[in-house]
Design a binder for this molecule. Structure first.
Ligand code: 5AD
Ligand code: SF4
Length: 439
């Protein structure tokens, strides 16, 4: 449509946000907007924001500040996503040139909000918060990732961990119907994708509103769709992690051999203060199920250091948990107090220096664990899906089913296309990546 309306969008934060942007872009295009790649060329600038930690939130206001001068040229600004939901109308006070503020639970109303924007309104809000039971489904998703098709299966969160802002920014937990998920997966295959990634704040809390399939049954059904070669899912919550998930990974080869299972802390005392609703032992039991699988399932986790009241002994238990589980990757974060959360009333007693020290100890220990873990792949021949090229090094970059980065040399004159699969022999290992050659 040649309506001359253009937009620029920038996305911060997690894969949920990346995929929300794909849906927002599709919706905007449907409304006659064309995407541009530089701010100056756009009529409408959108920032899809993250508020999981203080630093993520700060980035958004810095970016708005960088471009506010464009407002004088008649450009409009929209803040969407988690910071929008969290700060609400306060954003209009802090950045008066912003015209639209909308959280993810309101995206299905975007066409209406865009119409109001075009009619000249300057303070439009979509802040449905925890009121809606609806999910944001659209057939107009504009897929930006060339090799990975994202599918949302569950939105929002009802877990209310003491440190986490997500239940307030993404609303109530609500699952999509499994038929609709399968339908979308088939459409993705028709577009040429062979890898899908299921998304949800807690994917395994999925409850089919039609009551047709459990999460494990949905995984199996997706893995059996002709044309699908890899199914990933993230993030799983230990509380809802059931044994049938491991059984289905063992039974269906297209399900990737990787589980991301955030533990947050190795101390049961801290886990209780975090309101995680499990103990160290309970978590480790789930880990033992995964380790007992026939396939070699890679394990990754998230950890918060410096939660209020975390003693050196509590932290020691977390490091000890790393030793016990031997993860393939750990995402470590310093505790960051967040608005509205229960932990806000607990005294953030641990200094930033101490948090940094603990984080460094954790990551150093994990690096040694990964050095050993990754080294076990030496000489192995594995299937790698191509993600791109690293021209500097003349290498093809990709990932194994376990989600490990693999960089490999390629004999042919033309580099293989993103999304294609190749067998690679591992010739060298690092703590964070594997190096090999196509065979
Ligand atoms: N401070 C630090 N890390 C946090 N996370 C969530 N909330 C906070 C917070 N307030 C981390 C958790 C979660 C990951 C996505 O971000 O480890 O699993
Ligand atoms: Fe950030 Fe969480 Fe929002 Fe994702 S859901 S953008 S991680 S705050």
């Amino acid at each position: 449509m040649a309506t001359g309306k253009t937009f620029y969008i920038e996305t911060f934060g997690c894969q949920m946000n990346a995929h929300d942007s794909e849906k927002v872009i599709g919706t905007l295009e449907q409304q006659g907007y064309a995407q541009v790649q530089v701010e100056e060329d756009a009529d409408l600038l959108l920032y899809n924001t993250c508020s999981i930690r203080d630093k993520a939130e700060q980035k958004v206001f810095n970016r708005l500040n960088d471009y506010k001068k464009l407002h004088k040229l008649g450009k409009r600004f929209a803040v969407i996503g988690c910071v929008a939901q969290q700060e609400g109308e306060k954003i209009f006070e802090r950045a008066p040139y912003v015209s639209l503020v909308a959280g993810s639970a309101s995206y299905r109303k975007l066409p209406e909000m865009l119409a109001r924007l075009e009619a000249g309104e300057t303070r439009i809000t979509g802040l449905d918060d925890r009121q809606t039971d609806l999910t944001f489904e659209t057939e107009f998703t504009s897929r930006q990732n060339p090799y990975r098709g994202y599918i949302t299966i569950i939105e929002g969160c009802d877990k209310f961990c003491a440190y986490c802002v997500v239940p307030y920014t993404r609303g109530k937990e609500r699952s999509r119907g499994s038929d609709s998920v399968l339908e979308e997966a088939r459409r993705i295959v028709d577009l040429g994708y062979t890898e899908i990634q299921l998304l949800g704040q807690n994917v395994n809390s999925f409850r089919d509103p039609q009551g047709k399939r459990s999460f494990a049954e949905l995984l199996a059904a997706l893995g059996e769709i002709p044309g699908i070669r890899r199914v990933r899912f993230t993030t799983s919550h230990p509380r809802d992690f059931t044994r049938d998930i491991v059984e289905v990974i063992d039974a269906v080869p297209t399900l990737c051999d990787h589980v991301h299972l955030p533990v947050q802390s190795g101390s049961s005392r801290i886990l209780r203060m975090m309101a995680r609703e499990y103990t160290r032992e309970w978590y480790l039991e789930r880990i033992s199920w995964i380790k007992a699988a026939k396939r070699n399932i890679a394990l990754t986790t998230d950890i918060i250091v410096g939660f209020p009241g975390e003693t050196p002994n509590d932290f020691e238990q977390t490091v000890d948990l790393l030793n016990e589980v031997q993860y393939d990757a750990v995402f470590g974060f310093k505790y960051s107090p967040r608005p509205n959360t229960p932990a806000l009333v607990m005294i953030d007693s641990i200094s930033d220096v101490e948090k940094s020290t603990r984080l460094q100890v954790l990551l150093d220990r994990q690096r040694e664990i990964q050095r050993v873990n990754y080294d076990k792949h030496l000489g192995e021949i594995m299937e790698v899906m191509v993600e791109g090229t690293n021209p500097g090094r003349g290498q093809i970059t990709g990932r194994s089913s376990q989600n490990k980065p693999v960089n490999f040399t390629w004999g042919g004159p033309i580099a293989p296309a993103p999304g294609s699969y190749h067998r690679v022999r591992v010739t060298k290992t690092f703590p964070n990546s594997l190096v090999g050659e196509a065979v």
